[in-house]
Every structure is written in C-alpha cells, then in structure tokens.
Design a protein around this ligand. Sequence first.
Ligand code: 13P
Length: 287
Amino acid sequence: MQKVNTKLPAFVRQEGGSMEQKNLDQIIRETVARYMNRSLIVAGNWKMNTTPVEGVELFKGIVAKKGEVCSCVNFIVAPPFTHLSEIVKLSRGTGIGVGAQNCAAEAKGAYTGELSAEMIASLGVEYVILGHSERRQYYGETSETLNKKMAQAYANNLTPIYCVGENLEEREAGKHFDVVRQQVEEVVFNLTPEQFSKLIIAYEPVWAIGTGKTATADQAQEIHAYIRKVLAEKFGDAANETVILYGGSCKPANAAEIFAKEDVDGGLIGGAALKVSDFKGIIDAFN
Ligand code: 13P
C-alpha cells in the first residue's frame, strides 16, 4: 500500500490546548503524528449485486479508468463470492485489491453454506469486510461471532475491513459515540498490536446506508476522530496509522468534502461502486 496521506489526526490536534500547556510527551506525539502517513483507500462493496458476467464487466470498466485517477489512491473491490476467483485473476498486475464481503467464523467442517477464510484466501483474495451493519442486522452477527471471524481472517492473512456504525435511533438519542466505542472495544481491543497494525476500519452510519442521506463532512470527521481516540486508548500512537473509511451514500458529489477531513482516509462505497463512472467520480475526489 502506498503511503501518501499526510493529514494530522484530529485527536492529536484537538487535545492538549496550547503548546505551552503541553508536556514534552505530547509535543513528541504530535510531531510523530505529523509525519505519519496513512494509505488512502476507496473500496467498493458490491453487496449482492451483479451476476459473475456483469461483475467481470464492471471490474474491467474500473481497470480501464484506473489510469485516469490519482495514483495516490488504493482501490479495493469486494464482489460476491461467486465472482472472486475470476476477478482475482483479472486483478493481477492492475494494483486493485480484491476483498470478500464475509467469511465463516469457523475454520472448516459441517457448516452448510459457509465459506471459510482459508477458502477465500486460497483464491488470492487479500481483504474481507467484517461486521457490516447488514450482517449485524439481518444475520445476527454479534461481537462474539465477529471475534471468531477476525481470528479466522488473520490466521489466513486476510486484512479485515471492520465496520462500525450506529442506527438512526441511536444517533437521534446521542448514543453514536457509545455504540461505536462498544463495537470497537468488544472486537478490535482483542487484537494483538501486530494484528491491529493491519486493520482497516469503516465507519458506516446505518441511517446513511443506501438511503441517500449522508453524514455531513463534519459529522464524519467528528466520529472518525473519536474512533481514532478510542483506538489510541488501547494501541497508542499506532492508531495514527489506522485507515478509517467512511461509508454511507457516498457519491461523486459529496466525496471530496468528506474525504478532505483529517481523519477520513477514503470510503467504503455501496451503490455508487456499481457504476464505473460514479466509482471513478468518487476516486477523483482525491485529485
Ligand atoms: P451505500 O454507498 O449504498 O450507501 O452503501 C454503503 C455501504 O454499506 C458500503 O459497505
């Protein structure tokens, strides 16, 4: 992954007050953070869309546009399982990473309909989305399940893209900070520092997914900075390097403003990832 993002994490800037008030540790921390880089990533979560033939066409369209966008941005696509083998083959030499949308919590055995992390990784897939709100909501995924899935992902060298986010009721009740804290603490806090160093997080407010309603850039920044602060409580300065993506009705029209925020390192895109022009338009937000 290319390291190009020189944005200073907001929690470093916001805490501590004036330079005079800061002790030496804080000043050192701030200086280190200033020179720390994070990858910029735009990932497309295709969800349960496209046939394999359509998926290949979509992928080829994305490859064709890749040369036209900033080489600073890393692309990932997460097609349905049925497409992975073919799309991994097509992705070779393109610099586009391929991810799965889920993996089983168990390693192998009598789990009809499940696909293990080992099976997925053996295809050459590099990433796996875990904890997406649709899986939490429709398939009852809990932190307990997700801890097992994370362990399977790491054991098979898949990089997890771990999703967190509150629903509308929780946002309206002002509980969004507590919700994401819990989702982070119950799963991410169980990782070793080495595992944590590879993790990607996606903040996806459920009320913004597929609804056309997006978080404002300020709302995204506020909670991304908060997530980074929570991560720092456990993992210290390593949290400065964690890529945190925004997801939820991200479109070419709003991506630039959201991605410009210090703690937003790119996006996890649903609907707009299914149209080459929209996906490219979102990536152009970095130009
Ligand atoms: P939309 O971009 O369609 O809102 O979906 C976001 C998402 O859930 C990506 O994982």
